[in-house]
Write a protein that binds this ligand. Structure first.
Ligand SMILES: Cc1cc2nc3c(=O)[nH]c(=O)nc-3n(C[C@H](O)[C@H](O)[C@H](O)COP(=O)(O)OP(=O)(O)OC[C@H]3O[C@@H](n4cnc5c(N)ncnc54)[C@H](O)[C@@H]3O)c2cc1C
Length: 427
């Protein structure tokens, strides 16, 4: 593999600045690894403690229905092992500043927040947990971070639940490698970078997006990511109502809940039809008696094999209903604990033109996916358009895993092309 600096050039070179890749999801991983393979040094920053992004929160992946974790883990391991890819977890891009006059690239303002138990130092000896159990508060020291901010490929680093911790300091004193600290100030640094690839992905916006769908008003009205966690094989794969732990008899997915709506998110989130079908199919595979309905505006199954995937869902008995419900009503608080109290979905039956109310034990709201910001994107030089060819994956446009990976590779190729141009055509 050819290095970025040429062996045939006898002139001493200053070390090449790295390309900053912001976000360690599938798009960022693809961009970082492709740049590394081209011989370009990379600084990959990820604000969470693990690589893989949202895919690490998914159970199975359409269209193959394979486990989402394994392929991402392989790519994460490859990035961590690559000599030209420096990976910084727990590190967030806050902003970009312009470089010194006349120079290309940017100065990245990075903030690193190391967790209370530093995973880079922890040797998983368990002494902190023992000390906590003896002197602290039961449950304050967890085996694993509850928010999944750990590296699944690394040692089982514990974490502190500060809502329970009495700050006695027993864990700090017990740690033989000084990996535990109850207070850590975030460190902010400024790093010059040659160019930037944004792969910041998406988030489900906090709070109720479209109030008529009742998000947050009842435990049995969930977002798609919440349903993914509830039904995941890793969590037992057994579907239960969140309100009372009972086995659900019926499940509804409401597509475009807050999306394709001028009042909230005026675009199609691109991936929701497919992941609703995936979630419905997996729910019925695990619970064949479960009544399952998908309320859709128009079913968007665009991709190789996706239409067949949708048809298979219908053949398996999942009710695909073309209708856009206008109201989701949680049971009255008095009835909420009563056995069978269900969530009501009000929709128009297109066959009869009549408004219908149907009841479901679980309702999943789909569509509220928003691109994460690209901090400082407008300040990068050269001005080839603020994010022209620099953003990839879901932060650039709604994209599933396959599309995000392709976009990551494209962004890497465009950055490499720009670097070659800047170097006067030399590789
Ligand atoms: C419920 C659900 C189910 C899905 N199921 C499937 C499926 O079965 N198959 C499929 O193909 N697709 C599926 N998708 C879509 C899939 O999740 C996305 O395509 C994929 O996650 C996009 O990858 P990404 O790298 O662009 O973004 P993300 O996965 O969102 O990764 C972005 C990363 O950037 C980090 N980041 C953000 N801002 C900063 C910052 N300022 N500094 C540092 N780091 C930052 C984030 O922490 C995150 O790790 C599903 C989506 C949902 C919501």
């Amino acid at each position: 593999m050819r290095a970025f600096t040429s062996d045939s050039d006898p002139a001493p070179r200053t070390p090449a600045l790295p390309v900053l890749v912001v976000g360690g999801g599938v798009a960022g991983l693809a961009a970082a690894l492709d740049l590394g393979r081209l011989g370009v040094p990379v600084l990959l920053v990820e604000r969470d403690g693990f690589l893989g992004g949202q895919v690490m929160r998914l159970d199975k992946l359409y269209p193959t229905d394979h486990c989402g974790f394994c392929p991402v883990w392989t790519e994460s391991a490859a990035a961590l092992a690559h000599p030209l890819v420096a990976v910084r977890r727990h590190t967030r891009l806050l902003d970009l500043e312009p470089p010194a006059t006349g120079e290309e690239g940017a100065v990245a303002v990075l903030e690193t927040r190391v967790p209370a138990v530093d995973p880079a130092l922890c040797v998983a000896c368990g002494l902190c947990r023992e000390a906590c159990a003896a002197r602290g508060v039961a449950g304050a020291m967890q085996d694993r971070p509850v928010d999944r901010t750990w590296d699944p490929a690394g040692p089982p680093c514990p974490s502190i639940d500060f809502s329970l911790c009495n700050r006695c300091g027993a864990c700090v004193a017990a740690c033989p490698v000084q990996a535990v600290a109850l207070e850590r100030a975030p460190a902010v640094e400024r790093t010059p970078v040659a160019d930037v690839v944004f792969a910041t992905g998406f988030a489900e916006p906090a709070g109720p997006l479209a109030p008529e769908f009742g998000r947050g008003s009842h435990p049995d009205i969930l977002t798609a990511l919440e349903f993914e966690a509830l039904s995941a094989e890793a969590n037992g794969g057994e579907l239960r109502r969140r309100s009372n732990g009972a086995t659900p008899r019926s499940l509804a997915f409401i597509q475009c809940a807050g999306a394709r709506d001028a009042r909230y998110l005026p675009y199609c989130a691109g991936v929701c039809c497919m992941h609703a079908l995936k979630q419905a199919r997996w729910a019925r595979r695990r619970m064949p008696g479960l009544a399952c309905a998908v309320f859709f505006t128009d079913l968007r199954a665009v991709g190789k094999g996706y239409e067949a995937y949708a048809r298979a869902a219908a053949d398996e008995g999942i009710l695909l209903l073309r209708s856009r419900p206008g109201l989701v009503l949680a049971p009255e608080p008095a009835a909420a604990d009563a056995p069978g109290a269900a969530v009501a979905v009000r929709y128009e039956d297109f066959a009869t033109g009549r408004a219908v109310t149907a009841e479901f034990d679980l309702v999943v709201l789909n569509g509220g996916l928003a691109a994460c910001p690209l901090p400082g994107a407008e300040r990068i030089r050269p001005k080839e358009g603020p994010v022209a060819g620099r953003s990839c994956g879901f932060c650039a446009e709604p994209a599933d895993v396959a599309q995000s990976v392709v976009q990551g590779a494209r962004a890497a190729a465009l950055v490499a092309q720009r670097l070659v141009r800047r170097a006067g055509g030399r590789p």
